[in-house]
Design a protein around this ligand. Structure first.
Ligand SMILES: Nc1nc2c(c(=O)[nH]1)N[C@H]1C(S)=C(S)[C@@H](COP(=O)(O)O)O[C@H]1N2
Ligand SMILES: [Mo]
Length: 453
């Protein structure tokens, strides 16, 4: 059978049976067009997915995949557990203000986790490629209310530890440029200043659907406030900016990306964001692939700014040009074209409020088949309650996020009960209806995911 290539709208209207036939016969491009933004952390040519070619030879069949299903509903966090969590966090004698979260699936049985359409789930949590192009994709399907901190070995990777890095040499960090006296710091200088810096999410600006948006993770970080380190030198003039660099000595060049990682920030941007030099993840010292012994971390800025194997911070003036990485990642950090000539005129590479589904569960409940869409919201600058969801051609519905989003530092889980009115391939869209909440990337449908019912 060679079905005609349908337009997207027709496709969504088609029956389940013909959808499956079409899915088997169609290349994804027919349905999606080229993906804007690949999952490799580079812009590629014209923002197209120029270099990542997910293995399409063995696509997930768009059927309910028993291999993905959970045996029982034990993994599902019940009201009681959420309550218990809240109780554990509250001080003795204090009234727990956390409202009970309604669970429409109570007493039901989870049957399966449905695969997202046309996403490669084959290599989550394993290191793929090498060196500069090395990646590890986090499996976001595993996210649970009590599992929102990703263990270090599952935290996503973009670029492995450089093979030319001499790990026998003691690390040092040089502060130079437009300063009275340059200084070189060792770990002994930083150690007394190391403290827990909280749970923060990191997302690669090139995070992409083809690999399940797996270039995003959150964990608890330790480190030293960057402002404390910058205060160790005296800027020659009213210091405005710094250029931050890391070590990037790879013997094998990247197939597509400009070597090096370097970014220019104003002192104000770093101070306002609470930037720190991370030295630890999840209670242990940083491991090599995550930038040991020290990396930059700027809460709520894209991963491309989180310079690993940090070794130099240079004070520069307002005429400093953008670095190669700032230009390479310009589309992904939502810069306006033509690009400014000075780094200071670049938009900050911050993450607007975003949201997407991470797991679609099929449940049996009271003789009916229902679906539970579990998702995350992250990024943004103020917590919001204005999240809405649309499944397929259904109406936009408010998402009751419970417990509510209270921080923009890390992701917040939400769930949405869904009773399908149409069969076939359906897209899942999210939006924020509060016009004061910037949602540039969300609104571009960057985080659209699809599922076949
Ligand atoms: N020195 C250096 N730092 C780097 C990079 C790099 O290639 N070299 N990649 C950046 C990018 S694009 C991302 S998304 C994050 C990834 O951090 P992680 O691998 O610890 O998750 O590191 C950033 N820091
Ligand atoms: Mo990235």
């Amino acid at each position: 059978m060679s079905p005609p290539k349908p337009g997207r709208r027709d496709f969504l209207k088609s029956s389940m049976a013909s959808s499956v036939a079409l899915l088997v016969g169609c290349h994804s491009e027919t349905l999606y067009g080229p993906e804007v933004g690949s999952d490799d952390g580079t812009d590629g040519v014209g923002g197209l997915d120029a270099d990542v070619s997910p293995d399409l030879s063995a696509p997930d069949l768009p059927t309910q995949d028993p291999g993905d299903s959970r045996e029982t509903s034990d993994d599902i966090v019940s009201d009681a557990e959420i309550q218990a969590d809240g109780d554990a966090n509250s001080l003795d004698g204090e009234v727990d203000a956390e409202p009970a979260c309604d669970d429409p699936f109570l007493g039901g049985e989870m049957l399966a986790v449905l695969p997202f359409y046309d996403e490669d789930t084959s290599s989550f949590h394993v290191k793929v490629n090498a060196g500069w192009d090395g990646r590890l994709y986090t499996d976001l399907r595993t996210l649970e209310a009590d599992g929102l901190i990703i263990p270090t070995e599952r935290f996503y990777l973009r670029t492995f530890e450089p093979d030319l890095k001499d790990v026998t040499l003691d690390w040092s960090l040089t502060l130079d440029g437009l300063v009275e006296t340059p200084v070189t710091l060792t770990m002994a200088d930083l150690t007394p200043l190391i403290a827990p810096r909280g749970v923060h999410l990191l997302e690669c600006s090139g995070n992409g659907r083809s690999r399940g948006f797996g270039l995003m993770s959150a964990c608890a970080w330790d480190g030293v406030l960057l402002s404390d380190v910058l205060a160790m030198v005296t800027p020659q003039t009213a210091g405005v900016q710094v250029r931050v660099e890391g070590y990037d000595g790879h013997s094998v060049p990247s197939t597509h990306s400009t070597p090096g990682a370097s970014w220019v920030f104003t002192l104000q941007q770093l101070a306002e964001a609470g930037a720190f030099i991370a030295t630890g993840m999840n209670g242990a010292p940083l491991v090599g692939d995550h930038g040991a012994p020290a990396r930059l971390f700027i809460p709520n800025w894209y991963g491309c700014c989180a310079i690993k194997w940090l070794d130099r911070i240079t004070f520069v003036d307002a005429t400093e040009p953008p670095t190669a990485q700032m230009q390479e990642f310009a589309t992904r950090t939502h810069q306006v074209q033509p690009l400014p000539l000075a780094a200071i005129d670049f938009q900050p590479a911050t993450m607007d409020q975003a949201a997407m589904p991470v797991r679609i569960e099929q449940w049996a409940l009271g003789g009916e088949t229902l679906y539970r869409i579990i998702g995350v919201m992250w990024g943004g600058y103020e917590p919001t309650t204005a999240l809405e969801i649309q499944v397929g051609s259904g109406a936009w519905e408010s998402v009751t996020v419970c417990p509510a989003q209270t921080t923009n530092d890390t992701w917040t889980l939400w769930t949405h009960a869904w009773n399908p009115v149409e069969m076939g391939l359906v897209g899942i869209r999210l939006r924020v209806t509060d016009a004061s909440v910037p949602t540039t990337r969300l609104d571009s449908e960057y985080y659209l995911r699809e599922v076949v019912i």
